[in-house]
Write a protein that binds this ligand. Structure first.
Ligand code: HEC
Length: 113
């Protein structure tokens, strides 16, 4: 093999390695997906990394066992908290729940309850 052939081979190997590692990361991380929704929709009231800025409820203290309350409050709103039913889909609520669970260290966070 000449020098150029080796160079091409090295490039192909490097590219396939990159593709393989992208695939390993493949099952999308629900907590990371939820974080993006949180930053976009919730953070301005609920604070960076759930640490309340004094406007919204401190989501670090939300009860782990009460996903039904979470869904109800977020979808229908509560006092100064707007309703999200027209904006967010149930799957997106699951992602938010996974994100909140991951920040709070809940064991079954990623598994929808
Ligand atoms: C405009 C400000 C605002 C935004 C944006 C906002 N919230 Fe809230 N949120 C509040 C306030 C204020 C409360 C406290 C409501 C109360 O109990 O009086 C609250 C309460 C909550 C609660 C607790 C409800 C309960 O059952 O006690 C949850 C859960 C929550 N918010 C989740 C979210 C999520 C998830 C998002 C993003 C999709 C979000 N909030 C966006 C203001 C906001």
């Amino acid at each position: 093999m000449n020098g150029r052939g080796r160079l091409v081979l090295a490039f192909v190997l490097a590219a396939s390695g990159a593709a393989a590692s992208a695939q390993e990361a493949a099952p999308p991380d629900p907590a990371e997906a939820g974080r993006k929704i949180y930053v976009y929709s919730c953070q301005r009231c609920h604070g960076l990394n759930l640490a309340t800025n004094g406007i919204g409820f401190d989501l670090r203290t939300f009860p782990e066992h009460d996903k039904a309350r979470f869904v109800r409050s977020v979808m229908h709103g509560k006092n100064a908290m707007p309703a999200w039913a027209g904006t967010l889909k149930p799957e997106q609520l699951d992602l938010l729940w996974a994100y909140i669970g991951s920040v709070n260290g809940w064991k079954a966070a990623a598994a929808p309850k």
